[in-house]
Design a protein around this ligand. Structure first.
Ligand code: PHE
Ligand code: ZN
Length: 866
């Protein structure tokens, strides 16, 4: 049980193994939305003799308690609403408790709760204790028997972890289902689901010869929209067999889709529970981006079965051991199935736009934190996305073959265990023969490393050199100085005609082909007598998650964008060019012209993948731009971005129109890559053309059958305030009135209209019947989009945007503290705002000081204001 120190934090350094083991748990539920009774029989064994028997249990109504079949008198135990202490037990025993809980009143959506006609659970991280008593920590791993009883009419389907082992009818219209989970499984992976569920289903045989039934369940009207997700499970299962040799290990794999879910999805053993937005899809209601996201989240949760479940965590400090690793695995899955370059672009956009910002602000923390007050605030981009990048760094450092061997060793050595980062590193060190103690620093030091690179060329001797200086920023609790990190940096030199320079540099850093391994704070690379001044390029494929500074002229960036073969690098160079065109001073005009020229070339190139061209047309988003400047002036940044778009759109009007028209047939329908790519580029062209003319958007809106094209058209109409915008919105709204996920989509467009007065539209939404503060997806649609996707309205000069979000955080905190805390995170960049806005953000935060009751909200607020 984590002990809190006087400062309210739990520390990694204080870890103690469990005092009691729980080899088996037998649970019986009498399900009812208003009052569910849970009877638990826990087999208990002392692991460290003499320690008291303490179990977690939050807000449980204790109805009965027995030890080894004998009712316990009140003096034998204490329960304070948080923790149950049983006195005077020293030996193995069986504890039986009966508690009552209230699912319908559970708006936090942790523990057992109601969503529509379903009863569901969510237990990660510490939700199990809201169901019944347990040592609710990931290194306590019972096997489970779970009996569910409920009224058959309201709850015809009863699901739990593991395999179904029996069912029967009971008196009074009730029925019972029994499940067994033979794999040692911590409470955070426990799940049940009950309700009028329907399914799509398939069966297959694993590479080990196990017959497995795969089911995706949803409320009856939605079940046809589960087919794509079912296919994704099968693809993920096969991919893990082939790529990592990991097979599925139960007779059935169930997924349940729920409309009310705080996060994206949850990898409970054998019974994943999903936010419906990551399951339900058909072409009329979901965009191509939705389909890809569904496939990747389905894969993510499936892949957790090995990276998270079979090998679980010793404690919550190790969170990235499952999350970073599983994000790495799901992105490899997507890269293998689709385009590796496009997947990399998507990942790097998120990392550079959002994770870098997190790592540079008041919420920065190491991938493995040293301490926490509220663990739910550590499900962050740093733990997930930077954590995944660190796996990639490791792979680059040890090489592909040793990495693959290290993964096999990690799974084999830790199967059935609750592991640590040290276990992971030990497996990789053994497989690669490399000492990984330097690499381990990546997990301990917060902040994005910066590489400053400068070139020198001596005309007389023809000597060329690059000096690379590595530095680590100070972060909260880590003022520095920090040790240098091992950084795998890809690089290339180009001669005057674009030929690759093959000569290896002289340097004290290890070099393998085009991969340089930086180890010290400073390295120099020399090419004596090279004879000309080459053009260098760095970090191809984003081999290292660093900020890199090298002074390129716009012309050099444009030249490199032609020479570099790897599409990711070409995209990256164009992004840098666009950043110069938007935030630059002297280089601005030249950068704009260079960008126009390259984009004109790409639009004219029928051989280029349209999806790639679409990525190149997507200029850096606001977050990425904000990362490139020391002080953030939202109005100036958004204005400069907008005017660059308008200038380029005017200059490229003809090619944009041509490409838009030429791709019409290919864009028709279907989910094959060529159709998706055509739609992506057409929608990018439509968006640019919207700066000149909204007629094509209106035509597309009226004619299309796919959500991908309909939503893109509606976005242009609304954001450009086209004459037909209101009518189009009303038509869209009515057409999909019964569908909460599509309703979230139009709400998102309204909340992100790039104008200060979009705040009035958000206020209108908050007063409308569409506002559902207890539904996390709706909160994100209205307020997440405003705060993270609409800088002009959120950072309104009169402070009204900041105040609105602060007031809503206060209102949502008592309903769902995790959702409120995430919303509050939108203030993470407040210290870097221009003056005026900084004060207004500070005042909004100060106004929350006495308005947040939850541990989640208070923790985040204190860190933001520290
Ligand atoms: N573990 C989930 C994942 O796959 C995320 C999650 C965390 C879901 C906490 C619910 C609660 O990433
Ligand atoms: Zn995960």
């Amino acid at each position: 049980m984590p002990v809190r120190r006087d400062d309210g934090h739990v520390y990694l350094a204080d870890y103690q193994p469990p005092a009691w083991r729980i080899p088996h748990a037998d649970l019986r539920f009498d399900l009812d939305p208003d009052a569910t009774e849970v009877e638990a029989r826990l087999r208990l064994e002392p692991a460290r003799p003499g320690e008291p028997l303490l179990l977690d249990g939050e807000d449980l109504e204790l109805l009965a308690i027995e030890l080894d079949g004998q009712p316990l008198p009140p003096e034998r135990y204490d329960y304070d609403g948080q923790r149950l202490c049983v006195h005077g037990v020293a030996a193995a025993c069986e504890l039986r408790t009966r508690v009552r809980i209230r699912p319908a009143a559970n708006t936090r959506l942790e523990g057992l709760y109601r969503s529509g006609s379903l009863l569901l659970t969510q237990c990660e991280s510490e939700g199990f204790r809201r169901i019944t008593f347990l040592a609710d920590r990931p290194d306590v791993m019972p096997t489970w028997r779970i009996t569910l009883r409920a009224e058959r009419r309201a709850y015809p389907v009863l699901l739990a972890n593991g395999n179904p082992v029996g069912s029967r009818e009971l008196e009074g219209g009730r029925h019972e289902a029994v499940w067994e989970n033979p794999h040692p499984t911590p409470g955070y992976l426990f799940a049940i689901a009950a309700g009028p569920l329907a399914r799509v289903s398939t069966t297959l045989t694993t590479a080990e010869g196990r017959r497995v039934e795969l089911n995706v369940w949803a409320e009856a009207g939605d079940v046809e929209r589960c087919r794509y997700a079912l296919g994704a499970v099968e693809r993920a299962l096969r991919w893990d067999e082939q790529r990592f040799g990991r097979c599925y290990d139960l007779d059935v794999f169930n997924i349940v889709a729920a409309q009310d879910f705080t996060m994206g999805a949850m990898e409970n053993k054998g019974l994943n529970i999903f936010n419906a937005r990551y399951i339900l899809a058909d072409e009329a209601t979901a965009t191509d981006t939705d389909f890809l996201a569904i496939e990747s989240v389905v894969a993510h949760e499936y892949l957790h079965n090995w990276s998270g479940n079979r090998v679980t965590l010793r404690d919550w400090f190790q969170l990235s051991l499952k999350e970073g690793l599983t994000v790495y695995r799901d992105s490899e899955f997507s890269a293998d199935l689709h385009s590796r370059a496009l997947k990399r672009i998507e990942v790097v956009r998120l990392l550079r736009g959002r994770q870098f910002a997190e790592d540079a602000g008041p919420l920065a923390h190491p991938v493995r934190p040293q301490r926490y007050r509220e663990i739910s605030n550590f499900y962050t981009l740093t733990v997930y996305e930077k954590g995944a990048e660190l796996i990639r760094v490791l792979q680059a450092l040890v090489g592909d073959e040793a990495f693959q061997a290290g993964m096999a060793r990690y799974f084999a050595d830790n199967d059935g265990r609750a592991a640590t980062l040290e276990d992971f590193l030990a497996a990789h060190a053994a497989a690669s023969g490399r000492d990984l103690s330097d690499f381990a620093r990546w997990y301990a030091q917060a902040g994005t490393p910066e590489l400053r690179i400068s070139a020198s060329f001596d005309e007389a001797s023809g000597d060329y050199a690059l000096e690379i200086i590595q530095s680590q920023p100070a972060t909260p609790g880590q003022p520095g100085p920090k040790a240098p990190l091992p950084i795998p940096l890809r690089f290339a030199l180009y001669g005057p005609a674009g030929q690759r320079v093959g000569a290896a540099p002289q340097t004290d850093a290890p070099v393998r082909g085009d991969l340089l391994e930086l180890r010290e704070a400073r390295h120099v690379l020399r090419w004596p007598g090279l004879g000309f001044q080459p053009l260098p390029a760095f970090n191809q494929g984003f081999s290292a998650p660093v900020r890199l500074r090298f002074d390129y002229t716009p012309a050099q960036l444009a030249t490199l964008a032609r020479w570099e073969a790897d599409p990711f690098s070409r995209w990256d160079l164009l992004q840098q060019l666009a950043v110069q065109a938007i935030t630059g001073t002297d280089a601005r005009v030249a950068a704009t012209e260079a960008l126009r020229e390259v984009l004109a070339g790409l639009l004219a190139d029928d051989g280029a993948d349209p999806a790639f061209v679409a990525e190149c047309l997507a200029l850096p988003d606001f977050d990425t731009l904000a990362e490139a400047v020391p002080v953030v002036d939202p109005q100036a940044l958004a204005g400069a971005r907008e005017s660059l778009l308008a200038t380029l759109a005017a200059a490229l009007e003809q090619p944009l129109r041509q490409r838009y028209a030429a791709l019409a047939a290919a864009a028709g329908g279907g989910l094959q890559a060529s159709a998706m790519a055509a739609r992506a580029l057409r929608n990018a062209c439509l968006d640019w053309l919207g700066h000149l003319d909204t007629v094509p958007a209106q035509t597309q809106f009226d004619a299309t059958a796919t959500m991908t094209e309909r939503l893109a058209a509606l976005r242009v109409l609304l954001h450009r305030q086209a004459p037909g915008a209101e009518a189009a919105l009303a038509a869209f709204r009515e057409r999909f009135a019964g569908d909460p996920l599509v309703t979230d989509k139009w709400i998102g467009l309204v909340a992100t209209r790039p104008a200060a007065d979009a705040l009035a539209d958000v206020q209108w939404l908050l007063a409308s019947p569409w506002w559902k503060p207890a539904n996390p997806n709706r909160v994100r649609a209205v307020l997440g989009n405003l705060s993270r996707g609409n800088p002009l309205a959120f950072h309104r000069l009169d402070g009204a945007g900041h105040r609105l979000i602060a007031d809503q955080v206060a209102a949502i905190d008592p309903i769902n503290p995790q959702v409120a805390a995430r919303l509050l995170g939108a203030f993470e960049g407040w210290r870097r705002l221009r003056s005026g806005l900084r004060e207004s953000a500070e005042a909004a935060l100060a106004s929350l000081q006495d308005r947040l009751a939850s541990a989640d909200g208070r923790d985040l607020l204190d860190r933001l204001r520290a």
